[in-house]
Design a protein around this ligand. Structure first.
Ligand SMILES: [Zn+2]
Ligand SMILES: [Zn+2]
Ligand SMILES: [Zn+2]
Ligand SMILES: [Zn+2]
Length: 226
């Protein structure tokens, strides 16, 4: 999915729209975010380490997430989150590892035993038609979590806009036969998806905000679990 412009996403706190890298720099200065942290810290409960984690698809860099994870979470929480928001199609195996496909780290590993600023992990979902996700710990703070859940979504990319291969209008469908057999991008608008001639890979599938669209039987919904 080659594109000229980098995808952008909205800061959950102040709604400003930025690139992935822009957001990385933004959070430490976002007044709304700092306010939210201050509010959370007034609540009961004890302070803990909270990690700022940046996630991106290994090959399609336009798909990314900024997350906060509290240190009582384990890798299984992150695996479940990635499955919900991006990956789950038919219950394939998955693993976390350091250094690409090697050195598997058990799913029940508490992140407090593992995470530190600068840590990079690879997540693989499905060892056949695999989806590879890069996980990078880019910061940490001492405080109270913003949510009762182990993970808080700070930002995600908006669905990148792509053009129909027939008419250059906005596409909302993907033909997998174009992609796999003819090495075309296979993006189609509503009109051209209707009478598209290919059917060897089934009907065109709807484009969704997930890097797994077009892989295995993925059909969404590409929504966060919480
Ligand atoms: Zn902001
Ligand atoms: Zn599958
Ligand atoms: Zn079209
Ligand atoms: Zn096609």
């Amino acid at each position: 999915m080659a594109r000229k412009k980098q995808s952008r996403g909205e800061c959950k706190f102040c709604s400003r729209e930025m690139t992935k890298g822009g957001l990385t720099r933004h959070f430490s200065k976002c007044a709304k975010y700092l306010e939210a942290i201050e509010e959370a810290d007034k609540k009961r409960g004890k302070k803990q380490k909270i990690y700022h984690v940046q996630i991106q698809d290994a090959w399609q860099k336009d798909f990314w997430l900024h997350l906060e994870m509290e240190d009582s979470a384990d890798l299984e929480d992150l695996d479940a989150y990635l499955r919900s928001i991006w990956l789950e199609c038919c219950g394939h195996l998955s693993q976390f590892s350091t250094g690409g496909w090697g050195d598997e780290i058990p799913m029940n590993t508490p992140i407090k035993n593992l995470f530190q600023k600068g840590l990079k992990l690879t997540h693989i979902y499905d060892f056949g038609s695999s989806s590879e996700t890069l996980v990078k710990v880019i910061g940490e703070r001492e405080g109270k979590p913003l949510t009762k859940y182990p993970i808080f979504l700070m930002a995600r990319n908006k669905l990148p806009e792509v053009a129909c291969i027939e008419c250059k209008q906005k596409a909302s469908w993907l033909c997998m036969e174009c992609m796999y057999e003819y090495e075309e991008p296979g993006f189609l608008c509503d009109k051209h998806a209707e009478n598209h001639p290919h059917e060897n890979y089934g009907e065109p599938v709807p484009l969704m905000n997930s890097p797994r669209v077009g892989i295995c039987g993925y059909d969404g919904p590409a929504e966060p679990p919480y």
